[in-house]
Design a protein around this ligand. Structure first.
Ligand code: SF4
Ligand code: SF4
Length: 123
């Protein structure tokens, strides 16, 4: 059960979680070519060791501790986390489509600042 990054990361994307992850399973990093184009970051589901270090590091509470703990409005992004692979252009395109569809489907979330978005996930 890996940790999941959700939509407060969109527009925030500050990589604070990358700096604390002990196994380098959060991508794209700033030094990876997909970083500029990627709308958010993703956690590799098989590499994550469930240590929890990324959760308090995230300034916008974007990270949930499992797919089951991820709110219904964010379940599409569970798939995005599962599919993203650094260096895989096909997977990146697929993930971008998922995130763009999420943005289109949730104007009520995207229209509020990233810092307040997680609080609105349960409503
Ligand atoms: S829970 Fe730990 S291993 Fe998993 S992404 Fe967060 S910091 Fe990395
Ligand atoms: S710390 Fe939070 S907002 Fe920053 S990149 Fe990681 S998940 Fe995204």
């Amino acid at each position: 059960m890996a940790f999941i990054i959700t939509d407060p990361c969109i527009t925030t994307k500050d990589t604070a979680c990358v700096d604390v992850c002990p196994v380098d399973c959060i991508h794209p990093r700033k030094d990876e070519p997909e970083f500029e184009q990627s709308p958010m970051l993703f956690i590799h589901p098989e590499e994550c060791i469930d240590c929890g270090a990324c959760v308090p590091a995230c300034p916008v509470s974007a990270i949930y501790d499992s797919p089951d703990a991820t709110p219904a409005s964010q379940q599409d992004l569970v798939d995005a986390n599962a599919k993203y692979r650094a260096g895989d252009a096909g997977a990146f395109a697929e993930v971008q489509n998922i995130v763009n569809a999420h943005i289109s489907a949730h104007p009520e979330l995207m229209n509020i600042p990233g810092t307040e978005r997680a609080a609105a996930h349960q409503s």
